[in-house]
Structure formats: structure tokens, C-alpha cells
Ligand binder design. Structure first.
Ligand code: FO1
Length: 318
């Protein structure tokens, strides 16, 4: 098996390439669930859905999340309640966009969880409904939630601790971050189907090291497992030329006192990972990465089309 530690968009694009390079049935995507949220009484797992929709070629290619050819009539109808909602009520929030077709996934997941199914079982059912062969599993069946503490700033939530989706979507990841924590991680159990102890390769996808890979590494015992398999662990830097390809990873690294470069990524991963793959734009930093104690490979990591992703995936297996 090949285990891939995965966040959302970057991981999904990488997995699409990996499934072109090897038999998808050999791949297990171990997906971050720290981003999960509950809205309208629905259980929403954004990274799991991004991975499944991308692999099924059903993702909206521009947004990178949600389904293509989506309509938004349910969201538009929620606006009706804006003026009548009592102060303090959290009913019918409209800051998190759930498309009409996407809602079906959340209805199904919520109903199955309420029937007592585990998130692993439901995720597998959703995966099968999209006729995918690749194994997609939540990192854990336990509840883990990424919380973001906002630094002092000119915002009503200055100094407050808010959920990841409030930070990311509601405040458009524009507020300065003082710290990130993973509520529930210490007592959560890594999904046993992750196969970290015996998979032939463990790949850390090009996902945000703090809020996508961070929750996985925070689960009890995961860093120990990775450390023990360090030579089999390969990471792809999500930072290229000092910037994140998508999302706030570069700003977040800086705000948390880390270097927003491939060298900063190397420092974060060096304990648990033997090889770091960096983009050709960062080739001049390869020796600085190696000085952190990792083997460094240089290639095109910007997955503008599936063939680039396939070649990148093939390199992770060498
Ligand atoms: N991202 C946004 O920027 N705005 C949204 O309204 C939004 C809704 C949404 C609904 C379902 C889903 O599965 C993902 C959604 N995302 C949205 C993406 C998601 O919140 C983030 O990209 C990830 O959590 C970060 O990996």
C-alpha cells in the first residue's frame, strides 16, 4: 500500500496523479478531518469531499471545492430568514456555501452517522457511490477540530479562538493567527486503515503543514510511527518560491514564527520525513534543505495538469 497524508485541494490533485501512476487500489488517502464542521444540523467533511469529488472528476475546477455545474438555490432561500432571525440565533448561516447537489452528500453523511455508522464507513459508501477504487479514509473516527486563535487586530474576533471554517471561510483567512490547536487530537485514535506501520511509502501531500497535516501529526502516536518509518516518508512542499499555491500557508507560517520557504517546510518535517520534494523554482535552496537533514529532490510540483501530477507522483515512489 501507499499511504498519503492528505488535506484538501493540493492533496486531491496529487492523488489524481498518483492514481495515474499506480493501481488506485494500492493507494490509501488518509484525510484531515480537523476542518470538519456542523452547520444546519449537517455533518460536513470538506477535505474528504474535495478528495472524493476531485478523484471522481466531479469537482468544480475553478473553486477547487464543491461540485461542478452546481446550483445555489437552497443557499439563496436561506437569505429569507436573515431579517427575522432573533439576535443570538445561529440558525440558517449563509457564510458557508453549500451547493444544491453538494447538500445531498451532507444529508447522506449526517443520516448515516446518526444511524450509528462510523465516519470511515460513511466515507467508504460515498467513495463507492462515485465508483472510485482508491481507498479514502478519515484520519480518525474520533472528533478532532482545528481551532484558530486570532492575534490582536482590528476585528470583532481579535484575541478569540474560532473554528477553522470560521477563520478560513467566514473571515476569508485574512485575520492574523496567534496559534492553532487541535481539539480532541490527544485522545483520538489514528484510523487503523492508514497502514502507516507497513505501507511501502508514506507520502505527505502538498497540503498546509499546519492546518492540514498538523491535525494528523497531532493524533497520538502518529509522529512516533512516522519517525520509525522516516526513510519511507516523502513530502512535497506546498510552498513554492516563498508562497502557498492556494490558501494561507505562507502567511500562517510567518505569523507562527516559521520561515515561509521550502527550508521552513524542511524544518517542520525533518524529524519525521526522509525526503522533501521541492519545485524547480526553489532549486537554489536544495542544499539548504539538505542541511536540515533531508534528501532533497527537485521537479515541477505545480500540478497544472494531471500529467504533471502523475510525474510528480512517480518521483515520490523512486
Ligand atoms: N471554501 C470557501 O472558501 N468558501 C465556501 O463557502 C466553502 C464552502 C464549502 C462547502 C463544502 C465543502 O466541502 C468545502 C467548502 N469550502 C469553501 C472549502 C473548504 O472550506 C476549504 O477549502 C477547506 O476546508 C480547506 O482545506
Amino acid at each position: 500500500m501507499i499511504s498519503v497524508l492528505a488535506g484538501g485541494v493540493g492533496a486531491a490533485r496529487f492523488l489524481r496523479g498518483l492514481c495515474l501512476a499506480v493501481d488506485p487500489a494500492r493507494v490509501v488517502a488518509v484525510v484531515n478531518t480537523g476542518d470538519d464542521t456542523e452547520l444546519h444540523g449537517l455533518s460536513i467533511s470538506p477535505d474528504i469531499d474535495t478528495v472524493i469529488y476531485t478523484l471522481a472528476n466531479a469537482i468544480d475546477p475553478e473553486r477547487g471545492w464543491g461540485l461542478r455545474d452546481e446550483t445555489w438555490r437552497a443557499m439563496a432561500s436561506l437569505e429569507r430568514f436573515t431579517d427575522v432571525r432573533p439576535a443570538g440565533s445561529r440558525a440558517a448561516p449563509t457564510w458557508f456555501n453549500l451547493g444544491d447537489q453538494d447538500l445531498a452528500t451532507h444529508f447522506y453523511r449526517t443520516a448515516r452517522l446518526q444511524e450509528g455508522a462510523s465516519l470511515t464507513e460513511v466515507t467508504d459508501e460515498i467513495r463507492r457511490s462515485f465508483e472510485l477504487l482508491v481507498n479514502v479514509i478519515p484520519m480518525t473516527d474520533d472528533r478532532v477540530r482545528t481551532l484558530v486563535t486570532i492575534a490582536e487586530c482590528d476585528s470583532p474576533v481579535s484575541g478569540e479562538t474560532i473554528s477553522f471554517q470560521e477563520y478560513f471561510v467566514r473571515h476569508r483567512h485574512s485575520l492574523p493567527v496567534a496559534s492553532v490547536t487541535f481539539d480532541g487530537a490527544l485522545t483520538a485514535t489514528l484510523n487503523p486503515r492508514a497502514r502507516l506501520h507497513d505501507s511501502e511509502r508514506i507520502i505527505i501531500a502538498p497540503s498546509n503543514p499546519i492546518v492540514s497535516i498538523g491535525p494528523l501529526r497531532a493524533l497520538a502516536g502518529v509522529d512516533d510511527l512516522l519517525r520509525a518509518r522516516r526513510n519511507a516518508v516523502v513530502a512535497i512542499s506546498p510552498i513554492v518560491a516563498g508562497a502557498a499555491l492556494k490558501g494561507p500557508a505562507d502567511r500562517m507560517l510567518r505569523e507562527l514564527g516559521m520561515e515561509p520557504t521550502v527550508v521552513g517546510v524542511a524544518r517542520l518535517y525533518s524529524e519525521v520525513c526522509g525526503t522533501l520534494i521541492i519545485d524547480t523554482r526553489d532549486a537554489h535552496l536544495a542544499s539548504a534543505v539538505e542541511a536540515e537533514g533531508l534528501r532533497c529532490l527537485v521537479t515541477d510540483t505545480i500540478m497544472s495538469d494531471p500529467n504533471v501530477a502523475r510525474d510528480l507522483a512517480a518521483l515520490t515512489l523512486t
